[in-house]
Every structure is written in structure tokens, then in C-alpha cells.
Write a protein that binds this ligand. Sequence first.
Ligand SMILES: Nc1nc2c([nH]c(=O)n2[C@@H]2O[C@H](COP(=O)(O)OP(=O)(O)OP(=O)(O)O)[C@@H](O)[C@H]2O)c(=O)[nH]1
Ligand SMILES: [Mg+2]
Length: 130
Amino acid sequence: MKKHIHVAVGVIENSTNEILLAKRHAHLHQGGKWEFPGGKVEAGETTSQALIRELKEEVDLTVLNTTALMQVQHDYGDKQVLLDIHWVKDFTGTAKGVEGQIVKWVAKQELTQFDFPEANKAIVAKILAP
Ligand SMILES: Nc1nc2c([nH]c(=O)n2[C@@H]2O[C@H](COP(=O)(O)OP(=O)(O)OP(=O)(O)O)[C@@H](O)[C@H]2O)c(=O)[nH]1
Ligand SMILES: [Mg+2]
């Protein structure tokens, strides 16, 4: 049976309106592509709780609050994902790739130049025309 996974995804925006991207490790699903940091929602967590946990684990940011932005469902063939995307503007700390991944703050207009997983096209469109 195909795997269905629920993913909390953060569009993290800093005070100069840049968005944080991370590069997925080559061995992961959709490896080598850029992503918005986040990860799987675990049993008993809200999306916001999952995102707050993941952003600490992955990029060492302390998030105080998130706001729901949109949901995107996508079938990769091997896997079906439900991306639950939240805006994150309320955080402290300095972003770093805790798991050795490259992280980068990018101006919104430059987002179209990055190679994202297919499901992310709708997210980039929403960021550019909210
Ligand atoms: N984090 C994240 N995942 C995305 C994005 N777009 C997208 O299709 N995905 C997919 O959603 C799933 C998220 O899984 P993940 O690898 O981040 O999950 P995780 O952090 O909990 O990792 P884990 O597998 O080590 O527990 C992957 O299949 C990934 O390909 C995105 O922008 N950010
Ligand atoms: Mg992840």
C-alpha cells in the first residue's frame, strides 16, 4: 500500500523578507532538491507543534508562533504527501543546518531560480502572490 504522510512545512520569513531554504541530503526522498524546512507530524501533535519541534531539530530556530498558510496534496508515485504549510515570522536564533544540510536565506523574487520538489510549485506561487 502506498505511504501517506502528513508533513509540517515552514515558510520562514526574516525581518528583511527573505525565506529560509534548506537543501535535502542526496539519499533522502526528493534528495538534492531545495525545501522549506519541516518534517513529519507525529501522533498527538498539532501541525504547529510538529513544526516548532522540527525547526529546532533541523535548523536550530526557536519558533514562538506559526500561522496556517495552505495545504498541498501531492502524489509522488512512491509516496503521497499532505504538506501542511505554515508561515513562521516569530522566531529567535540563527539558522544553521543541524543535520549538515546547506541552509540559505533567499529573497522572495529569487525563489523561482531553485529546484524544488514538484509539490512546492504551488507554495512558491503563493509566496509570490499571497
Ligand atoms: N520538509 C519538507 N518536505 C517536503 C517539501 N516538499 C515536499 O514534497 N516534501 C516531502 O515531504 C516529505 C517530508 O519528509 P521529511 O524528510 O522532511 O521528514 P522528516 O524531517 O520528518 O524526516 P525523517 O524521515 O527523517 O523523519 C518528504 O517525502 C519530502 O519529499 C518541503 O518543502 N519541505
Ligand atoms: Mg525534514
